[in-house]
Ligand binder design. Structure first.
Ligand SMILES: NC(=O)c1ccc[n+]([C@@H]2O[C@H](COP(=O)([O-])OP(=O)(O)OC[C@H]3O[C@@H](n4cnc5c(N)ncnc54)[C@H](OP(=O)(O)O)[C@@H]3O)[C@@H](O)[C@H]2O)c1
Length: 280
């Protein structure tokens, strides 16, 4: 299977490259083209003629999206529509990765693929716009929503990932105040990549939730990182209100991998096991 991977240098991109080893891959980074350059994207993809285009590129600095609204929609929606048109022209499938931030977090049980989205932020709205463009315009598509990614490559756009950031601060003896009022499922990109390698070669198209199993707050996640590493850190809980981030985050954005489970395809580990594997 010929697969083009956009955002191949990112944390999910690096792990997916490994999980798809043996396939005929076109690895595309910002060095090849900016996804906002529609003609350059078309030229590169039409030259390779993939059977599947996987889009991992995104403008996902959540707080910056609030002030860079055009950039958010250009990357997270308009560039995605261009990729959809290219995929349709090549009769290729498109796989697009989206986010738990399409939900407002008013629910207190996990969101499944039938739950109505209602984003709180520009980032969430722009990603939802991208989802809708894929779901309504692509002939063959996967939209995969995930949550709280961390991987060894570190998130390029965010300058590191949560795990490495808290470990670095703890090693430097800095106090850590971590929000305890956002319930999520941190997800290891290595595990998600293995899951995608199972799903994407199939023709089970449509919308999927794919996160690690279980749920915790960011504070509980930080606590688990230090427990597993055997580090004593100056860690205490805080609230989103005290943190004063520019963008609103959902207080609860746990996703249920319902469709993967219904199809017998769910391979995702519990978040604690995935974290132990990452730290190990
Ligand atoms: N990180 C999370 O917690 C999280 C949670 C839920 C969903 N997601 C979604 O998961 C996907 C992968 O995220 P990730 O954490 O692996 O991100 P990442 O490590 O930042 O990787 C994204 C990649 O896309 C590239 N990219 C960004 N803007 C681009 C542009 N305009 N043109 C070309 N390439 C561009 C980046 O290149 P540069 O390094 O040059 O910018 C980077 O290599 C994204 O769709 C994101 O929205 C992420």
């Amino acid at each position: 299977m010929r697969i083009s991977l956009l955002g191949a240098n990112g944390q999910l991109g690096r792990d997916l490259t490994q999980a798809l080893a043996g396939r005929d891959l076109q690895l595309l980074t910002r060095q090849h083209f900016d996804v906002k350059d529609h003609a350059a994207a078309r030229a590169a993809l039409e030259e390779f003629r993939p059977e599947l285009i996987v889009n991992l590129s995104a403008y996902h600095r959540v707080d910056d999206c609030e002030t860079h609204v055009e950039e958010a929609y250009e990357v997270n929606a308009l560039a995605v529509l261009n990729l959809v048109r290219i995929a349709n022209g090549l009769d290729a499938a498109i796989a697009h990765v989206s986010t738990d931030y399409v939900f407002d977090g008013r629910q207190s049980i996990p969101y499944d693929e039938t739950s109505p989205p209602s984003p709180l932020s520009i980032y969430g709205n722009s990603k939802l716009a991208g989802e809708f463009l894929v779901r309504t315009q692509a002939k063959k598509h996967f939209v995969i929503r995930t949550c709280g990614l961390y991987g060894h490559a570190g998130s390029q756009g965010k300058g590191g990932n949560f795990v490495e950031t808290v470990l670095k601060k703890a090693r430097a003896g800095e106090p850590l105040r971590i929000v305890d009022d956002q319930t999520v499922t941190p997800t290891a990109t290595a595990d998600l990549a293995r899951q995608l390698a199972v799903l994407l070669p199939t023709t089970h198209y449509g919308l999927f939730h794919a996160t690690n199993e279980g749920a915790c707050s960011w504070f509980e996640f930080a606590k688990a990182i230090f427990e597993i590493r055997g580090i004593s850190a100056d860690l205490s809980p805080t609230t989103s209100a005290a943190y004063k981030a520019p963008a609103l985050r959902p207080p609860y954005s746990v996703l249920e991998n319902k469709r993967l489970k219904d199809l017998g395809l769910n391979r995702m580990l519990h978040w604690r096991d995935a974290l132990a594997e990452y730290l190990g």
